[in-house]
Design a protein around this ligand. Structure first.
Ligand code: KIV
Ligand code: ZN
Length: 387
């Protein structure tokens, strides 16, 4: 079975969406959780965009050792050099450089000809490759780029040293059949398609980001760019948890695997909600409050007889606690400890005692203490202990 590379862009495309910005410390917390989730690549930010972004990428590159760290750069020398300054401490760095290639973007945004853009892209990749062994090139708005030109530009950047070519459906315009066919065409027509990884990056403007990403995988894409809770520009990116669980639940259909530790999905989602203050909708697939709730009598009856009647995956498998215990100021240490266990944390007696004190403080302020409050309590204590 082929392995799909899970490229997480929560800290870059996700974080650049209105209302989702995070400070350096918050980004580090999420990056640590993404490492526990065992994604393959963390796109940690866009270093030239701000001092804060630069700092965050640098710190994440220095601390997170078991995951590849990517930084974004426009196809201009200053961006690429700044990106490398932030990344060079990483164990596995990747420069991700991009340039728009559709006629619409070339004409209205960049005021460049196709020939000029080709030259800029090649020079950017050559420069990046002198600094870093792994270079990804994204043809922004690839979904609306004329296919012959897209092949020309990808052939040229591969020749210049790109190791991954990314095919963003930047505006979420494609349908699954079209996008799948686009990936297939690229695989068939690129001169050195076997030397590179073809990557998908889909936006959700028509609610098709996950379906498009899966169609791309069926047609040979081997990296998928996605974000926790599907956050990202406008309607967002493809939701990581949905892609991972579609591939896992329908393994025999897709015939591919990922390295993601699925039991960490819910905790990752909750941590992101807690850090950004933005909740997912209750009916959100995999991680929403109702994703494993059964209300109708007929469904409850089926569930009591055998969960397989109405559940295609088990909540444990994605780290969702089954317990119906509601935690509030009257709850005791046992209930708290049990909930932490369900969330995947084993607390020592001392950690439980400290968490309980904090828990009561939160419970005094709120009627009901949510999982994300407990995760936050534990994460803060962990950070204090780590110094
Ligand atoms: O949507 C997009 O085109 C992007 C690129 C920078 C990869 O986010
Ligand atoms: Zn994007």
């Amino acid at each position: 079975m082929d392995r799909i590379i899970i490229f997480d862009t929560t800290l870059r495309d996700g974080e650049q969406a209105p209302g989702f910005s995070m400070n350096v410390e918050e980004k580090l917390k999420l990056a640590r959780q993404l490492e526990r989730l065992q994604v393959d690549v963390i796109e940690a930010g866009f270093p030239i965009a701000s001092e804060g972004d630069f700092e965050a990428v640098k710190k994440i590159a220095a601390e997170i050792r078991s995951v590849k760290i990517a930084g974004l750069a426009r196809a201009v020398p200053a961006d690429i050099d700044r990106c490398w300054q932030a990344l060079e401490g990483a164990t596995h760095p990747r420069i991700h450089t991009f340039l728009a290639t559709s006629d619409i973007h070339l004409k209205y945004k960049l005021n460049r000809t196709r020939g000029e853009a080709l030259d800029i892209a090649v020079k950017a990749v050559e420069r990046a490759r002198k600094l870093c062994d792994e270079v990804e090139f994204s043809a922004e708005d690839a979904g609306r780029t004329e296919i012959n030109y897209l092949c020309t530009i990808f052939d040229a950047v591969i020749e210049a040293g790109a190791t991954i070519v990314n095919v963003p459906d930047t505006v979420g315009y494609q349908t699954p059949a079209e996008y799948g066919q686009l990936i297939r065409t690229l695989r068939e027509r690129l001169k050195n398609a076997d030397r590179v990884t073809i990557s998908t990056h889909c936006h959700d403007d028509l609610g098709l980001a996950v379906a498009n990403s899966l169609a791309a995988i069926e047609n040979g894409a081997r990296q998928v760019e996605c974000a926790i809770n599907g956050i990202g520009e406008r309607a967002g990116n493809a939701a990581l948890e949905e892609i991972v669980m579609a591939l896992d639940t329908r393994k025999r259909y897709y015939n591919v695997t990922t390295g993601v530790k699925t039991q960490e999905l819910y905790r990752s989602s909750q941590l992101l909600c807690q850090l950004t203050g933005k909740q997912v909708q209750v009916n959100k697939a995999i991680v929403g409050e109702n994703a494993f709730a059964h209300e109708a009598g007929i469904h409850q009856d089926g569930m009591l007889k055998n969960a397989v009647t109405y559940e295609i995956m088990s909540p444990d498998h994605v780290g969702v606690p089954r317990s119906m215990i509601v935690l509030g100021k009257h709850s005791g240490r046992h209930a708290l400890e049990a909930r932490y266990r369900e969330l995947g944390y084993t607390l020592t007696r001392e950690q439980l005692e400290n968490a309980y004190v904090k828990f009561l403080e939160v419970a005094d302020r709120k009627k009901r203490v949510e999982d994300q409050d407990l995760i936050s309590i534990h994460e803060s204590a962990h950070r204090l202990a780590a110094g």
